[in-house]
Write a protein that binds this ligand. Structure first.
Ligand SMILES: [Zn+2]
Length: 129
């Protein structure tokens, strides 16, 4: 399921959505905050241009809303239902989760967003550069 060729692979790793051969990001580590949102212009393997249009990635904000809610909900379930904390503590847990996972949420959202518009292409992936 997480193998190259599935959209999930690109979403979870930030790999080029067309060839899955390399990361879209300049820095693979999302926690180097000044690099969190730095995306290369093109894939050096298949030459895919990542920004389909100027400010293409603004649309990923809609996705990040959903992804953020998913993380917040998970934090709530874990703290309130499993750890049996008070509502106040659960709320703090949600806020902390959103801060701590912020860079990951932002990247996941971009990866999901671009994978809506681009699909894996086997011939590009196997092409020698
Ligand atoms: Zn590529």
């Amino acid at each position: 399921m997480f193998k190259k060729g599935s959209a999930l692979y690109s979403i979870l790793t930030g790999a080029c959505p067309k060839c899955h051969s390399e990361s879209m990001y300049e820095n693979k580590n999302p926690y180097v905050l000044r690099d969190t949102l730095k995306i290369n212009d093109r894939c050096s393997h298949c030459k895919t241009k990542y920004r389909l249009e100027p400010s293409f990635f603004y649309g990923s904000m809609y996705v990040s809303y959903g992804v953020g809610i998913a993380f917040a909900f998970a934090a709530f379930v874990i703290s309130y239902l499993f750890l049996d904390t008070s509502l106040k503590i659960s709320f703090i847990a949600i806020v902390l989760t959103l801060i701590v996972f912020g860079p990951i949420i932002m990247r996941l959202s971009r990866n999901i967003w671009i994978n809506i518009f681009m699909k894996y292409d086997k011939t590009l992936a196997e092409k020698e550069t």
